[in-house]
Design a protein around this ligand. Structure first.
Ligand SMILES: Cc1ncc(COP(=O)(O)O)c(C=O)c1O
Length: 380
């Protein structure tokens, strides 16, 4: 059997990871400023993470959600205390798309309505409802287009209010920081007004923090640059540092109804151990602060580079927009300088999503490497 190949892949195969580096089979180190697509929050091979998962693997990796699982309660409690959202409730699933799928379902259950408002360039995942609120018709199959979605311009509220006032909308979904769209950060006033409009028209506000959450922005959640309290917050990626886990944080105003949501694997013992280890390391190593400090250093240095049009950043979620298509820059960084970086849907933007554990040394090394890469671009 062949693999059903749907991915455009690079020619480097990492076989081992440690801290901010991955290594190929020859032992060549690659500086990981992509983080396996914003997944590696606490660094590769963190000893506490390995130990906790290993202990749980020996004890009980999985049992069904038909029995109590104290690790789920521990995870909910720790997530509440580390994020500051103590009063929320936690539903656990296995991926980002699944988290958004469940959040959209909850909003529809809660309001009895089914129209959704999303934003231009949004990416919310590839399952049926999640892909329908993703602004990319190419990845939507006809079967996904089962409810009405309106895409509004980022930051524009007048047209959005007209839509909300019609009374048929169940949810507005927005990324804490638009990731794949090219690192677009909502200004606080936009978020505040959006939250107020949702409240006024009794529409649920879903904050997709799948990429921007878990400390990446220097806040635990990017929306915490304001004091808003979304109805639903979705998480995945950095939550498990590579172990598949996702979740929906549900406001205390929303009551659970037995069987309304469910998952065979969601919240397994092993997944909860991974999730707990990540939160413990984030707290113990003060990684939100590190994301702010290293993010600020990177932004300062990146702004000096030749050919830079704009640097959009919050913490360690950084969009570097150049005056040209960055495909060659990414290739050069990877193959000549041994640095992984991420792309964005706008070809001129490079996305930097390193582990939140990066040190001064790794930040400086990245800057050195990109300075070496830029002048050589024409010969790639
Ligand atoms: C903002 C956002 N939402 C949802 C998803 C989907 O997550 P997953 O690939 O785990 O389904 C992604 C993935 O890149 C994302 O960036």
């Amino acid at each position: 059997m062949n693999f059903f190949e749907v991915y455009a892949r690079y020619e480097v195969e990492p076989v081992y990871g440690k801290g901010a580096y991955v290594f190929d089979k020859n032992g060549t180190p690659y500086l990981d400023f992509y983080g396996g697509h914003a997944v590696i929050s606490i660094g590769h091979g963190h000893p506490h993470y390995i130990q906790r998962i290993q202990d749980q693997l020996h004890q009980l990796p999985f049992y069904s959600n038909a029995v109590p699982n104290r690790l789920q309660d521990e995870l909910a409690e720790k997530l509440g205390s580390v994020s500051g959202l103590e009063s929320y409730q936690l539903f656990l699933c296995n991926s980002g798309a699944e988290a958004n799928e469940n959040a959209l379902k909850l909003a529809s259950f809660q309001t009895g309505k089914k129209k959704v408002i999303a934003f231009e360039k949004a990416f919310h995942g590839r399952t049926s409802a999640a892909v329908n609120v993703t602004d990319n018709a190419k990845i939507q199959a006809p079967i996904n287009q089962t409810f009405e979605v309106e895409f509004h311009a980022w930051g524009a509220l007048d047209a959005l209010e007209v839509s909300l006032s019609k009374g048929d909308v169940c949810a507005v979904i927005i990324e804490g920081i638009q990731g794949i769209g090219g690192v677009h950060i909502p200004v606080p006033d936009f978020l505040r007004k959006l939250a107020a409009l949702c409240k006024q028209y009794e529409v649920l506000l879903i904050l997709d923090e799948i990429q921007s959450g878990y400390g990446r922005s220097g806040h635990f959640f990017a929306f915490q640059q304001t004091e808003i309290q979304p109805d639903l917050v979705t998480v995945a990626k950095g939550m498990g540092n590579g172990f598949p886990i996702g979740g929906v944080l549900v406001h205390s105003d929303i009551q659970p109804v037995p069987s309304m949501l469910g998952s065979t694997f969601g919240g397994s013992h092993l997944a909860c151990s991974a999730g707990l280890a990540v939160l413990e390391v984030i707290k113990e190593e003060n990684l939100l602060h590190n994301a702010q400090v290293q993010g600020a250093k990177l932004v300062d240095a990146l702004q000096q580079l030749e050919g830079v049009k704009e640097v959009r950043a919050m913490g360690l979620m950084i969009g570097l927009e150049m005056a040209y298509n960055t495909a060659n820059l990414r290739k050069h960084l990877l193959y000549e300088q041994q640095v992984f970086t991420g792309s964005a849907s706008c070809p001129n933007t490079l996305r930097l999503l390193p582990p939140l554990t990066i040190t001064d040394e790794e930040t400086n090394l990245f800057i050195e490497k990109i300075k070496l890469a830029i002048p050589k671009l024409e010969v790639v």
